[in-house]
Design a protein around this ligand. Structure first.
Ligand SMILES: Cc1ncc(COP(=O)(O)O)c(C=O)c1O
Length: 366
């Protein structure tokens, strides 16, 4: 009798990951997307699109040349991907063998762990301290000869914390046998980029997404920048048609409309300042953020708060199960009008659930 079809052991032992997407009606302040829109130039390009864009296989190279000019890099140093998610997947597929180690500072973006585990590699994590700051020293200590992939979100999700440039470079230097990804998904909102080091540091990769500041999460478009010799290896693994023709056709319009990005980012930063002031006034513990969201501690009230905000048409994200984030809720900032609505509804929601601010108990700290 046949043993039947079984997934690889690494896959069978993985947990399922379903982002809680179902029924996201209302103001979506739960996924860190741009909830304002996208550049009007992208919409114009979409409207002018002909069936040619749809009926031909998409050619990534033109888009890579445009992205390369935008980033001031040679085209061989740019790989366009199906969102940063795919960039992470390709790095894991290219560098990790079963038994190798992927190293992560937690809490962080969940897809790093998922793609690493799927290869059969082991995931080593370094927990951030009570301040949820970037644990540079801990990461340096955790590097072993088996470390083959290190993923660092800068600024980090869900904490909004940033890593210093020197810390990132020291980690890359300390693990020359590892691909070091600095994921700059939120770099428009804060933190210092290390893009200028790509090509100089032989194992350093930087990823950028079009899902956040650019407002194009539905396009699934990301860029991975890295040493040309290494990207050559990743291109072997990538599908030649990984980025769809519609996204590729609109890429230039998105990149060229710096004015749209600057306007949106300015609104997010203003809203972030106002939300942080609100938390301070109400003595609600929060973590200073350099991204388009703020993580705060609501303790035993967090589920009621998420539910009450949903009832009021605003989705916010429960981060209780992230390591070191018990009792925490993350709220994304949108445009000025959306920040106004948030800051009107949040105090009312807190009042209606009978919220009383509380310090974060030591046992819930990392
Ligand atoms: C740090 C980080 N990287 C990457 C992504 C995903 O980006 P993309 O939509 O380009 O796949 C996210 C989305 O939440 C994120 O938080």
């Amino acid at each position: 009798m046949s043993a039947g079809l079984r997934a690889r052991r690494a896959v069978e032992t993985m947990k399922e990951y379903h982002p809680p997407l179902g029924g996201r009606d209302g103001l979506r302040l739960d996924f860190n997307e741009n909830v304002d829109g996208c550049s009007p130039r992208v919409l114009e390009t979409l409207r002018a699109m002909t069936s040619e864009t749809l009926n031909r296989y998409p050619e990534r190279e033109g888009g890579e040349a445009a992205a390369a000019r935008h980033f001031g890099m040679p085209a061989e140093a740019v790989l366009l991907t199906n969102g940063v998610d795919e960039a992470i997947h390709l790095l894991a597929e290219t560098y990790l063998e079963p038994g190798d180690e992927a190293l992560l500072a937690v809490p962080t973006f969940s897809m790093y762990e998922i793609y690493a585990l799927a290869t059969g590699a082991e995931v080593r994590t370094v927990q951030s301290g009570a301040g949820l700051e970037f644990p540079a020293e801990g990461l340096l200590r955790a590097i072993t000869p088996k470390t083959r992939l290190i993923c660092i979100a800068n600024p980090n999700n869900p904490t909004g914390a940033v890593a210093e440039r020197e810390e990132l470079l020291a980690i890359a230097r300390a693990a020359p046998q590892a691909a070091v990804l600095v994921d700059e998904a939120y770099i428009h909102f804060g933190g210092e980029s290390v893009l200028d080091e790509v090509g100089r540091v032989e194992n350093l990769f930087v990823s950028r997404t079009f899902s956040k500041a650019y407002g194009l999460a539905g396009f699934r478009l990301g860029a991975l920048l890295g040493p040309a010799a290494q990207l050559k290896m990743l291109r072997r693994v990538a599908s030649p048609y990984n980025v769809n023709g519609i996204a590729l056709t609109c890429l230039r319009a998105a990149l060229e409309d710096g004015e749209y990005i600057r306007g949106y980012v300015a609104q997010v930063l203003e809203g972030r300042g106002r939300l942080e002031s609100f938390y301070r006034e109400r003595a609600i513990p929060y973590w200073k953020s350099e991204a388009n969201f703020v993580l705060a501690y609501f303790g035993e009230y967090r589920q009621a708060l998420v539910a009450e905000m949903r009832r009021r048409g605003i989705l916010v994200r429960d981060r209780n199960s992230d390591p070191g984030c018990a009792g925490c809720v993350r709220i994304t900032l949108g445009n000025t009008e959306q920040a106004e609505r948030l800051l009107r509804e949040l105090p009312e929601a807190l009042a209606s659930i009978g919220f009383a601010a509380q310090a974060r108990p030591a046992k819930e700290r990392a």
